[in-house]
Design a protein around this ligand. Structure first.
Ligand SMILES: *Cc1c(COP(=O)(O)O)cnc(C)c1O
Length: 380
């Protein structure tokens, strides 16, 4: 058999016959946009998966986060605590709502919001009389934040959690699904996420009023009337029926895709298990969906840097990515307040995200693992 030397992407879309079938069926049914039976079913199916009663399909994860924040009342004059180690959309959603993000550092072992630090942040903000409207958690790379330790301080100060579960569909924590921990949560179906609608998102919540309000705002805040009547300044955030059909096909395959990503993660873990100075971000969490796998390299112990492995793999057509650059280091958020321990900075400096796509063929997976092994043998 010929070696498969196609480019290995970090997380490419994984679509096939089933997706074609579902999208064609929606197209032929005439339910193109905006509403239709696939949209309603997709919402029900995602709600079920997240273990909550309500879901509102929207056209991006960012839109879902924005609506979730508005749903907990975040607006001008309010503070929202945001993990500094995240994709920029988490913080942007706070700005879209007109509130102010205050960044908090992460647990060095998982990259998720540091629960011990959070308790102190909430105490400090409370003492200052700040109006803290929400704490956002991010289930980074598909591993749930430590809700057992995050929810108690939030409850103590009466601050709702908004869960950025955009990377975590299908993951769980203490037997509960990702998306069920916050007052509201957001999923993303962007092209690189674990399932995709080519672009899309979903707000999920147990709060019926929050869901109704989000649905209303997402549809240009249109009120029931024969003419166009609008009660608020709304948004054009709705997902189309055609894209929901794509999402439904992807959802049928979610468990198999998670299984494949977990196997890939375990393959990496096996290779690095005997390398002193390399650890797997998040450690051994069987309930993570393993959207992406990141390793952390201690150059003092390995004698090489994460960047060296990235260069080695790039030369062999294998895509990697640094761990997210912390928000407090982004030009867009340079002036925001941040409670820091240095953990996110270190993960940015020493972390490397490895390819995790479920569409990778067996030959490609073997090639990636072989290239890493070759690098490690050359750096002993
Ligand atoms: C992908 C992502 C988002 C935004 O989702 P979009 O669908 O791209 O708008 C938000 N937060 C995090 C952590 C993400 O990874």
């Amino acid at each position: 058999m010929q070696a498969d030397d196609r480019a290995v992407l970090l997380s490419g879309p994984d679509v096939g016959d089933l997706e074609q079938e579902y999208v064609l069926a929606a197209l032929r049914s005439g339910w193109i946009a905006p509403v239709g039976p696939d949209l309603d079913r997709f919402e029900r199916e995602i709600a079920e998966r997240a273990g909550v009663p309500h879901a509102v399909a929207v056209n991006s994860g960012t839109a879902a986060l924005h609506l979730a924040l508005m749903g907990v009342g975040a607006g001008p004059g309010d503070v929202v605590v945001v993990p500094t180690l995240t994709f920029v959309a988490t913080a942007n959603a706070v700005m879209h709502a007109g509130a102010t993000p205050v960044f908090a550092d992460c647990d060095p072992a998982t990259g998720n919001l540091d629960p011990g630090l959070l308790a102190g942040v909430l105490a400090d903000l409370d003492a200052e009389g700040a109006r803290v409207r929400a704490v956002m958690t991010v289930d980074l790379y598909g591993q749930c934040a430590d809700y057992g330790r995050i929810l108690p301080p939030c409850d103590r100060y009466g601050v709702p959690v908004v869960e950025d579960a955009t990377e975590a569909l299908g993951a769980a924590h203490a037997g509960r699904p990702a998306g069920s921990f916050g007052r509201a949560a957001a999923f993303s179906f962007n092209g690189n996420k674990i399932i995709t609608t080519s672009g899309g998102g979903m707000l999920v919540t147990a709060d019926e009023r929050l869901a109704d309000r989000a649905r209303y705002l997402a549809g240009q805040a249109r009120l029931p009337a024969e003419h166009y009547e609008h009660g608020d300044v709304g948004y054009n955030y709705r997902l189309s029926n055609l894209l929901a059909a794509l999402g439904r096909a992807q959802l049928c395959r979610l468990d198999a895709m998670i299984e494949r990503r977990r196997a890939l993660h375990d393959g990496y873990a096996k290779i690095f298990a005997h390398v002193d100075g390399v650890s797997m971000l998040g450690g051994d969490d069987p309930a993570a969906n393993r959207w992406l796998t990141a390793v952390v390299v201690d150059p003092d112990r390995t004698g090489w840097r994460a960047r060296d492995l990235a260069v080695h793999l790039a030369a062999r057509n294998v895509e990697t990515r640094p761990v997210f650059k912390p928000m407090h280091r982004q030009p867009a958020y340079a002036h925001a307040r941040a409670f820091l321990t240095g953990a996110a900075e270190r993960l940015f400096a020493d972390g490397l995200v490895l390819p995790g796509g479920s569409a990778l063929g067996d030959d490609q997976v073997r090639r990636v693992l072989d290239e890493i092994t070759e690098f490690l043998e050359g750096h002993q």
